[in-house]
Design a protein around this ligand. Sequence first.
Ligand code: DMJ
Length: 643
Amino acid sequence: MTTPALLPLSGRRLPPLNLGASAFPHHRATLRLSEKFILLLILSAFITLCFGAFFFLPDSSKHKRFDLGLEDVLIPHVDTSKGGKNLGGFLIHGQGHDEHRHREEEERLRNKIRADHEKALEEAKEKLKKSRDEIQAEIQTEKNKVVQELKRKDSKPLPPVPLPNLIGINSGEPADPDIREKRNKVKEMMKHAWDNYRQYGWGHNELKPIARKGHSTNIFGNSQMGATIVDALDTLYIMGLHDEFREGQEWIDKNLDFSVNSEVSVFEVNIRFIGGLLAAYYLSGQEVFKIKAVQLAGKLLPAFNTPTGIPWAMVNLKSGVGRNWGWASAGSSILAEFGTLHMEFVHLSYLTGDPVYYNKVMHIRKLLQKMDRPNGLYPNYLNPRTGRWGQHHTSVGGLGDSFYEYLLKAWLMSDKMDTEARKMYDDAIEAIEKHLIRKSNGGLTFIGEWKNGHLERKMGHLTCFAGGMFALGADGSRDDKAGHYLQLGAEIAHTCHESYDRTALKLGPEAFKFDGGVEAVAVRQNEKYYILRPEVIETYWYMWRFTHDPKYRQWGWEATQAIDKYCRVSGGFSGVKDVYSSSPTYDDVQQSFFLAETLKYLYLLFSNDDLLPLDNWVFNTEAHPLPVLHLANTTLSGNPAYR
Ligand code: DMJ
C-alpha cells in the first residue's frame, strides 16, 4: 500500500479514503460533510455498544478476567499464600472481600472506558468543525513529518572516501572568437531545450515540444521521474548554466523518489539516472546526488536475482520483481543492457565502500568469459535462466554496442589496471574487424551485423559511436596497432558523415545500407528518421580530441546548423520522421539524451581540451563523465573502503 508520505506533495491527488487504524488520523480529514455525519453515527453506535456490553452481558468475571491490554488496572499480585491462584502473573482471588475489590475494579474500568470514548468523541467533533483548508494543512504537516523522517533514515551518511583527482572542471573557453561563437550557439540551444522542458514538461521524463506537454516511454516505467532533469544536469554544469543546475538539484532533492510501483529498464535507469547523478556529484560535490544514486542502485539490485546472476532487463522498483522484454529471443537478456552496468557499479562500490555492486558486475564478466563465442563474437541474446545464448545475432549497434564500449572504458576507468577488461575488448574487436567490418564498392568502411551465419550490409546510426571507441582504444592496443585503430575510427567517422551528407536535411537516418547499388543511404521508410541521436557527433568529438583535424569541427558545425534549422520548434527540439524529405514532419519528442549527449558533445567539440581531459575522465555511454579511479588493482582491494 502506498503510504501517505509517498504521495505527491502538490496536493493534486488526495489519498483514498481508508478507515484502517493507522491511516485513520490522516484520512478522516478529507471526508465531505455527509461523510462526517456517517462517521459520527458510527462512533456513537460504537460507544453505545461498549456500554451495552458492560451493563447487559452476563458477568463473566467469576470465570476469567478481561484482557484489555491495560496492565496497569490489573492486580500484579503474586502472593498465593492467601488462597489465591497465580495465573500468568495475575492473581485470581477467592470469594468474599476479593469480590468487592473485583467489582470496584470493574467500575474503575468502565469509568476509564467511558472517559476515553468521550474524549475521542470530543476530538472527532473538534476535527469536524475545522475548515477544509485547515484540515488539509494538518494533513500536509503530517505528510511532511513522515517524508522528513524517511529522508533522515534514507540519508545515512556514506563512508568518507577520498575523492579521485578531479582535474579539468573549468570553463574550457576557446580563444578563437569564431569557435567561441559556435560554442555559444550550442549553449543557447541547450537553454532553449531546457527552458521549454522547464515550462511544459517539468518533472515528466521528457517533453513533447509541439503538444507542449510531458512525455514518457516504457523504459522509464509509469512514473514521473524527471529523466530530462537528471540526464541534463552535468551538461548544465559544464556550460555554466548554474541557475538551471540549481533548479534541477532542488527538484531532485524534493521530488525524486524511487519507492514507486513502476517497472523500469535497468539499463536505461543505470546509464541515465545513476550515471547522471554520479557525474553531477563529482562535478558539483553536492552530496544529494550521491545519496540518490545509491538509493536508486539499491532498487535495481533485485534485478540480479536470476538463476545465473545475469540481470533481468526490467525491474519493478517497489516489488523488486524482474522480467525480460517480450520481444527478446527466447526470454533472453540483452548484451548491451546487462553489459553496460560496469562503470556505474564500480563507482557505487567505490563511493559506498560496499562491494555488492562491484561483485554483481564482475560476476557477469566471469560468466561471459567462460562461455563459447561463435567466431569469437558475442551474440546479443543471453538467457538468464539457462545461461545459454539465444539467437546468434551480433551487432556493434543496437543490442550490442555499449557492451564493447564498457570493456574498454572499464580498463580506462581503472587507470589501465583492469587488464582483464582490456583483453576482452581487444579479443572482441579483432573478431568484429574480421567478421563485421567491410569496405563498400564506393570505398566506405562500414560495420555490418551478423545474423545466423551471414553478414547484413547495414549500419545503424547507433553503430556510429564505434568510430570514437576505436580512437579511444587506439592507445594501448595489442601489437601496438594504435595507428591502425585511429585510422579505423577516422574511416567510420567519414562513413557516418556521408550518411548525413546524402540526405536532404543533412541529418543522418536511423539505419543505412551498403547493398544493391546503395551506399550509406536508408532504403526502408521506417529507417529514415532522426531522433536527435548523438553517436555521429560523439565520434566527431573523439576524433577531434585525438587528431585536431579541423574537419571534425566543421562536420560538427554542419550538424549543429541542421538540428537548429530542422529540429528546432518554438516549444523545444523535436526528432524528424524523414531526413530525405525537405519538408520534415516532427515526431514531437525531445529525447533526454539530446540534452545529456548531443548538445554536450557539441559543446565539448567547440571547447578547449582541458575541459574534462580524457586522461582523467571517462564518459559513460550516456555521456556522463566519471573520473578515473586510481585503484591499486582490479579487485579494488587497494581501496580502503573495501577492506
Ligand atoms: C543513449 O541513451 C545512449 O547513448 C545509449 O548507449 C544508446 N542510445 C542512446 C542515444 O541514441
